[in-house]
Ligand binder design. Structure first.
Ligand code: C2O
Ligand code: CU
Length: 545
């Protein structure tokens, strides 16, 4: 095992990823940032210098479980104090499994300002994947807003509420195309011929097979990803091998990663479109476009066709079907415990809290304390957040998931304490938002663990009958999972990673509006915390010898 050392300079710069110039957060001058390449068992060290000047920072390693290093999860308010402007922070953690992972800012809404990238962990020398391919490529899909994160966050926290709206463009590997003619006429702000916004090009050699690692870090959008004329065979999801299945379009939610195999077996005399389209919400954003270039055609030659249209945005059935099709690969199945010790039901609702629009689970809208939970728990600082237990479920009998929600929620920073090494089931129950006939898709992401995906269903979860249909034979393990419109998703995990872990909707604005919870497990087994994570709130002066 080796040490992979990275030195990052994080700052604001003017960028035009979709031809429209705005301030973006870059790492060493780029957005997306550099790809972290490592082998299973390696230690990754990233020395981050916060050169944002006026803003704090924290970076999360999405999909890396941080076993034994809970203080390196990079979640501001949960596992660390923010990195102050001018400060340098050293992240150090082990990558213990091969697969496709991500990193992104975890402070405020900085992720959507451009601070994100991929982590690719390969197998140790001499070991091979259970599928064959000639080349390995990665792309990150994203959506992009022209308003700053300050304007967006302020709108979300205001009365009257100002929603962020649909994104201005969709990016593929950091490149998109906003229609400059629809930009307010500010000279020099939108420039359609800026090379920064020329489409991403993936070059393929005819006849070869490509492993394409596709990840989504959208702020809001659920996407359909498609390569004109080419089928994709899904082989990996969130770092776990999938029993291969073929799709024409891949539905992907924020925080998910997939590997698909593509064979360059089409007419080699032309190029093809790679597209992303918004699904699940009425789209108001043009498709994201990239070019699949068949060597030796000219790189930028536009395909002779119009890009394929995306699927119907409000048809949930094919998305649910694709979620259900993802199973663990034969020979690589990790069998879940047959039963669980505890079941927690999370009803996802949109509510008012003192007139403000928020998201809540079990009518509790999450807020972060000023002292990170990990520090508060380790040092028994019981007064820094609410010590009561948040609700384990909701009133099934009386809650109608199909009508517009009229109930209020409350703000709370209490956490769920899980018994160390116990098996926990989580049922994520979706419902109608505060608007009639609207139920949104929420991708939930768990820090510090992978979970088994036991099942998906539509309607209200039936606690007596639905568990009988759980897949306990070959469930996929993931770290991010969608909860479909008016549906439910059931997960199981072992609370075996000492620390404090965030579980939240990966939609940036939803988490900002309170859609998350925190789990604590085995805090007494957490060793000394690195002093670098201390310093804010009540953690001042702690950890000094
Ligand atoms: Cu990728 Cu808590 O996030
Ligand atoms: Cu959400």
């Amino acid at each position: 095992a080796r040490i992979r050392y990275y030195k990052w300079d994080v700052k604001y710069e003017y960028k035009s990823p979709d031809c429209y110039k705005k301030l973006a957060i870059t790492i060493n001058g780029g957005t997306p940032g550099p790809t972290i390449l490592a082998q299973q068992g390696d230690t990754v060290i990233v020395e981050v210098k916060n050169n944002l000047m006026l803003e704090n920072l924290a970076i999360h390693w999405h999909g890396i479980r941080q076993i034994g290093t809970p203080g390196m999860d990079g979640t501001e308010g949960v596992t660390q104090c923010p990195i102050l402007p001018g400060d340098t922070f050293k992240y150090e953690f082990k990558v213990d499994r091969p697969g496709t992972y991500l990193y992104h800012a975890h402070y405020g809404m900085q992720r959507e300002a451009g601070l994100y990238g991929s982590i690719r962990v390969s197998l140790p020398d001499g070991e091979t994947e259970p599928f064959a391919y000639d080349y390995d490529r990665s792309i990150i899909l994203n959506d992009w807003y022209h308003k700053s994160t300050y304007e967006q966050a302020t709108g979300l926290n205001s009365l009257p509420f100002v929603w962020v709206g649909e994104p201005q463009s969709l990016l593929i590997q950091g490149r998109g195309k906003f229609n400059c003619s629809s930009a307010p006429s500010a000279p020099g702000v939108c420039n359609a011929s800026n090379p920064e916004c020329s489409p991403y090009v993936m070059i393929v050699i005819p006849g070869k097979t490509y492993r394409l690692r596709v990840a989504s870090l959208t702020a809001l959008s659920a996407l359909s990803f498609q390569i004109e004329g080419h089928n994709m065979t899904v082989v990996e999801a969130d770092g776990h091998y999938v029993e291969p299945f073929v799709v024409k379009n891949l539905f992907i939610y924020s925080g998910e990663t997939y590997s698909v195999l593509i064979k360059a077996d089409q007419d080699p005399s032309r190029n093809y479109w790679m597209t992303t389209n918004v699904v699940g919400r009425l789209p108001n954003t043009t498709a994201g476009l990239a070019i699949l270039n068949y060597y030796p055609n000219h790189l930028r030659r536009s395909p002779p066709t119009t890009p394929p249209a995306g699927p119907i945005w409000n048809d949930t059935a094919p998305r649910l079907a694709q979620s259900q099709a993802i199973k663990a690969r034969q020979g690589f199945i990790s069998t879940p415990p047959a039963t669980s010790d505890r079941t927690i039901v999370f009803l996802n609702t949109q509510n008012l809290v003192n007139g403000y629009t928020r998201w809540a689970v079990n009518k509790v809208s999450f807020t972060l304390p000023h002292t990170p939970y990990l520090v508060a728990e380790k040092y028994h600082l019981r007064h820094v957040f609410n010590q009561s237990s948040p609700p384990n479920g909701y009133d099934f009998q009386n809650y109608d998931i199909y009508s517009a929600n009229k109930t209020n929620a409350t703000l709370n920073d209490a956490i769920y304490r899980l018994q160390f090494n116990s098996t926990v089931d989580i049922i994520l129950q979706n419902a109608n938002s505060m608007t009639n006939n609207t139920s949104e898709t929420h991708p939930w992401h768990l820090h510090g663990h992978d979970f088994w995906v036991l099942g998906y269903g539509t309607g209200k979860f039936d606690i007596y009958n639905d568990p009988r249909n759980y897949n306990l034979v070959n469930p996929i393990m993931k770290n991010t999972v969608p909860v479909h419109r008016y549906g439910w998703t059931a997960l199981r995990f072992k609370a075996d990673n000492p620390g404090v872990w965030l579980f939240h909707c990966h939609i940036e604005s939803h988490f900002h509006m309170g859609m998350g919870v925190v789990f604590e497990e085995g805090i007494e087994k957490v060793g000394n915390l690195p002093s670098s994570i201390l310093g804010c709130g009540e953690s001042k002066g702690l950890g000094k010898p």
